[in-house]
Unconditional design. Structure first.
Length: 201
C-alpha cells in the first residue's frame, strides 16, 4: 500500500513516476484510435491491463497503482491503461443522439477492449491480468465473461458480478436508490445543465 507520505508498506521510499515513466501510444482498434498509457517495459514478464472508471481516464492508474505494483513485483510488470471509448484522447467521439445509443453500449465497449488485447497485446497467446474500477470494472467483468481466453486473472473494485448486481438492482430498494445516479448521468445533456451552476466552486 502506498501511503500519503510516499512510503511503501515496508517503509521504503517510493517516488511517484515522472513524466518519462509513462508513455502514451495511439493504437488502431477497429475504427477507433485508442490512446493507451503504459508504465513499464514492453518486454516485462507480466502485463496488467487497467480499465478506468467514470469520469476518470487512464491517468488514474499511474500516480500510485502502477509504480507500487512494479515495486512489489521487482519491475517485472507493465501496466497498460487505455482511455476507453469516449474518454480523453481516444477518438473519434462517436455520435450518440439518444440514451442507449449503440456506439456506447457495454457490448460495444467490451468488444473494443477485447480487440485491443488481441490485436496489440497478444492476449490470446499470453492472457493478461485485468483490473477494473467503477465503469472499467463493469467492462472488465464483461471481458472476463465473454472473452475468458484473454484473461489470466480478474481484479475489480466497486462493482459486483453482473448477475448479482442485476438481482440487487431488481429487488433491493437500497441498491435501486444508490444506483439512481447512473440514470441521471446517462442523459449527459440533462446532467450537464443541472450540474453547470456548481462548476467553479
Amino acid at each position: 500500500m502506498l501511503f500519503r507520505s510516499g512510503k511503501h508498506r515496508n517503509c521504503s521510499d517510493m517516488t511517484e513516476p515522472d513524466s518519462t515513466s509513462v508513455t502514451y501510444r495511439m493504437y488502431q482498434v477497429g475504427p477507433t484510435s485508442m490512446s493507451v498509457g503504459q508504465f513499464g517495459s514492453d518486454t516485462a514478464a507480466v502485463t496488467v491491463v487497467a480499465l478506468h472508471g467514470f469520469p476518470q481516464a487512464s491517468g488514474m492508474w499511474f500516480p500510485a497503482f502502477a509504480p507500487e505494483l512494479s515495486h512489489a513485483l521487482g519491475g517485472s510488470v507493465r501496466v497498460v491503461a487505455p482511455d476507453m471509448r469516449g474518454f480523453n484522447r481516444t477518438t473519434p467521439k462517436y455520435e450518440c443522439p439518444s440514451m442507449s445509443c449503440e456506439a456506447y453500449t457495454p457490448t460495444a465497449i467490451t468488444a473494443e477492449v477485447a480487440l485491443l488485447l488481441t490485436t496489440h497485446f497478444n492476449a490470446e497467446a499470453t492472457p493478461v491480468h485485468l483490473v477494473g474500477h467503477d465503469w472499467g470494472a463493469a467492462i472488465a467483468w464483461r471481458v472476463a465473461i465473454f472473452y475468458p481466453q484473454l484473461v489470466a486473472t480478474l481484479s475489480v473494485a466497486n462493482v459486483a458480478h453482473p448477475s448479482v448486481f442485476q438481482q440487487f438492482l431488481a429487488h433491493d430498494e437500497r441498491q435501486i436508490a444508490a444506483s439512481g445516479f447512473a440514470a441521471h448521468l446517462a442523459d449527459s445533456d440533462s446532467a450537464y445543465e443541472q450540474e453547470r451552476p456548481m462548476q467553479g466552486r
